[in-house]
Design a protein around this ligand. Structure first.
Ligand SMILES: Nc1ncnc2c1ncn2[C@@H]1O[C@H](COP(=O)(O)OP(=O)(O)OP(=O)(O)O)[C@@H](O)[C@H]1O
Ligand SMILES: [Mg+2]
Length: 424
């Protein structure tokens, strides 16, 4: 009898254990479910985020499986083709190309960064606007190829951006030109002011002198006596006047000459971009510039031109000619008082550039002047021989060509001007 209740008791204990286990499993399940739901909503959030990012970019995006069947597209692609997403998914992407270019996957072999202009078929049987398409391998979580990703930007958009960029750049160049024109005009006004006020002052004095001379002549023509004439001459200070006259006339002439020089120099300025840049043979250009510069100078200097054959810059021949003429003229002026005067023109290629140097054995440039020689109107030459615009104009021309113009002291004295230009 005693075993029966014992058995019943053991059975009950087993049941209680089973129920306890079930409860444990159930509560685990509940907590797993909560966790799962949280993860799921985080995933959905991430998915929504990615989808909204993908649909807001204007570039098209197409994801394909390893056989080229479309797996995912973005809004930009739907808009481009006007085909519904359901009709696209699972389709071979190659079939959607307007022209038969062969399997897109072959592009992958061309490497990253290669793009190609393609058009897609559209819903109405037409073709889309051209797209610059690039193709990349899609890798799975193990890093193995799992398909391809096509991204592309409508070429029209690229072209518009490029046009806008070009316009902005042209505007900047124009603004820079206007600014430098403004600086030049301010300089010209300043430079002209000096000789003109000089001339005006002299003419004022000359007018006064004329009145005194007229009075003196009137007395003489009136038949005054010799002593009266002498008195008039002293009173009107005729001797001092006559001493002054040559200086006044010379000063006025110099002022007028200076004005004429400035105006002549301004004519050298060419603001027009005469023609497109071309290959310019520098040896030929140097020979011509030397002839041109020497013609007006009557110089005794030995001029050596040694530029290698075939050395060519990319630029506008007329403007570069002007630069070299200016440099050679300056060199000839510099060596004017030097015994064994010599000027040399040399050239070489240096990477993607060409370098031309004009060197002389003149007195060189004072260190303090090195930074000033390119300023407009900086000159150390007497009136009638220089306006100080030559190097300023040359500097502007070379800069517009994308090159540089520098002055330095020569190794054996004298000055060296180095022009660097893009090679042709
Ligand atoms: N080769 C050189 N040696 C020494 N000084 C020079 C040399 N080249 C230029 N300079 C100095 O630079 C100044 C400015 O030269 P730039 O060619 O601009 O004007 P300029 O020759 O005086 O006048 P312009 O060229 O207008 O007739 C010169 O007056 C001179 O002082
Ligand atoms: Mg000069």
């Amino acid at each position: 009898m005693s075993t029966e209740p014992e058995f019943a008791n053991a059975q009950e204990i087993a049941w209680i254990e089973v129920i306890r286990k079930m409860e444990e499993v159930y509560s685990d399940l509940i907590s797993y479910e909560v966790e799962l739901e949280e993860k799921n909503s985080a995933l959905e959030e991430a998915q929504r985020f990615i989808t909204s990012v993908l649909s807001s970019v204007s570039d098209i995006l197409v994801v394909c499986d390893p056989r080229g069947a479309i797996q995912q597209v973005n809004l930009a692609f739907l808009k481009l083709t006007d085909i519904a997403e359901v009709d696209l998914l699972g389709q071979p992407v190659d079939d959607l190309l307007a022209e038969n270019l062969g399997p897109l996957a072959y592009w992958l072999e061309a490497g990253p960064g290669q793009d190609r202009e393609v058009r897609f078929k559209t819903r109405d049987g037409g073709t889309s606007e051209p797209v610059a398409l690039t193709c990349a391998t899609l890798l799975d979580h193990r890093g193995l190829p799992a398909g391809m990703v096509l991204t592309g930007r409508p070429v029209g958009e690229l072209r518009r951006a490029y046009e806008a960029l070009k316009r902005a750049q042209a505007q900047l160049v124009q603004q820079e030109k206007m600014a430098s024109l403004g600086r030049l005009i301010a300089g010209v006004a300043h430079e002209l002011n000096n000789p003109i006020s000089f001339i005006v002052g002299n003419v004022h004095v000359l007018t006064k002198y004329r009145e005194r001379l007229e009075a003196y002549l009137a007395a003489i023509h009136g038949g005054v006596s010799a002593s009266q004439r002498e008195a008039e001459r002293v009173h009107l200070r005729i001797d001092a006047l006559m001493d002054d006259l040559p200086g006044l006339i010379e000063g006025t002439r110099e002022g007028a000459q200076r004005v004429a020089d400035i105006v002549k120099s301004l004519k050298r300025l060419s603001f027009s971009d005469s023609g497109e840049p071309q290959a310019v043979d520098l040896a030929e250009l140097a020979d011509k510039a030397v002839q041109w510069a020497a013609k007006g100078r009557n110089s005794a200097a030995a001029i050596a031109v040694s530029l290698p054959d075939g050395l060519a810059a990319r630029g506008r021949a007329g403007q570069l000619h002007q630069v070299l003429v200016n440099l050679v003229e300056n060199a000839l002026d510099a060596v004017a008082g030097t015994p064994d005067a010599a000027v040399s023109l040399t050239g070489r290629r240096q990477g993607g550039s060409v370098v031309v140097e004009v060197a002389d054995n003149g007195p060189g440039i004072a260190p303090a002047d090195l930074s000033k020689v390119f300023d407009p109107f900086f000159t150390t030459k007497p009136v009638g021989q220089g306006t100080g615009l030559g190097l300023w104009i040359s500097y502007g021309i070379v800069r517009d060509h994308g090159g540089t113009l520098e002055a330095s002291a020569g190794a054996q004295g004298g000055a060296v001007f180095r022009m660097t230009l893009p090679a042709a």
